[in-house]
Design a protein. Sequence first.
Length: 461
Amino acid sequence: MTNRSPGSASLRLVAVAGVAEQASAHPLFTGQVVAIGRDPQQCQIVLDSPRYGMVSRRHAELRPVTVTTTGYPLWEVWDLGSANGTYVNGERVQGSRVLQVGDRLVLGQAGPEFSFEGETSSVPLGAAFPDPISVSPLPLNPTIPDPQLLPIGNPGQPARLAPLDGVTLSQLLPILSTGGDLRRKGFLVPGILTVIFVVLMFVTVGSPGAFNLVLACYLAGAAYFFVYQLCGKSKPWWVLFGAGLMTMIVIITPLFYLFELVFRRILPGDVFGLPDNAGFLRELVANFFGAGMLEELLKALPVFLMCWVGSWFRSPRRERVGVWEPLDGILIGAASAVGFTLLETLAQYVPNVVDKLGEAAGTQLLIPRILGSIAGHMAYSGYFGYFIGLSMMKPSRRWAILGVGYLTASILHALWNSATALNVLLLPVVGVLSYAFLTAAILKARALSPNRAQNFATRIL
């Protein structure tokens, strides 16, 4: 005799942005956790990505809790850290909330609205959930309610109609209802920093050196922020800032001369001693040792240091501070590259151009050098950082992994430095190739991450 539950529930899509939908109910089986989102691999109720962009890949879950004295199961809705939130009867879910028959469940603001409904039909306990249910777009001629009316109601009460022309305080002052989301969604802090840097630029007008410093820091921060958002993993700001600062300190200390001795004197990497007509192959060899291998190893020092420092902490601080996966290596490696680029640009390249062509030319050089670091120094160092993080995950193959990453990053670096010797048109090709290598490493690192479910980049990409 088959064991059956005394009753179950269902979720019915009823509206999107106030417009009625025509969709069948999605049954909720006793003993089954039901995920809702845009990822067909991880969700049982799948929403169409082009139409429901406000919904995260894994937005929310419905979980059966227990069976009441009446014999019917209770269901909880859990928000899975979605970007736009989960709402029940207009209130945002913080963690979880028990659902009552008649509750209105909305995914994101103005997102798809579901009605939680009870069923009296029996379903087998532990029955396998059917294939994922895809919610299709609106039909060509949907049934639209009176545009002046919107269904509202309380849990367990019949829906009634209310006029749409009422204006609430949160509509007149949106910050009252959405202000708390600004920082979490990454909008507030970049905006505040932009305002601060703009003010600093106004203040330093007439002082070219100070203006260039402010402009370079802002552009470098913007370029790094883009990489940070692509990686989608939080890392303490002081770890990232410290990586860039450490690289700058190493360059101005005698330790840098040890690197020069090895790569530019002992090895054939004397990039400054090359004649003007050295040729592409000779320049490539010199830049491979004297620029690629030297600078990529130097920029990787903070990454290796954080591998060691992280081992001194206990979990979860160990994972936040140290390097335990490829994403950690990419973030710290790219931050180290920011420090290298700033010092190299402001202390070497810009002063040389200013002496020859004037202050305006120095600023003109600064802009492409800093912004271009996303396809230059940040690309090489971030790519090598991926392999350092991968070696921490696979210690048995550590040296082979590090060797492949170090050589590849050095070759990309050398190709950029040597491209003009062959044809100046090769520069954009090498730049695009380097950026493609970095983004490919980021995507692979996100797939390998043990904390993939908490990655905030997967909500927007």
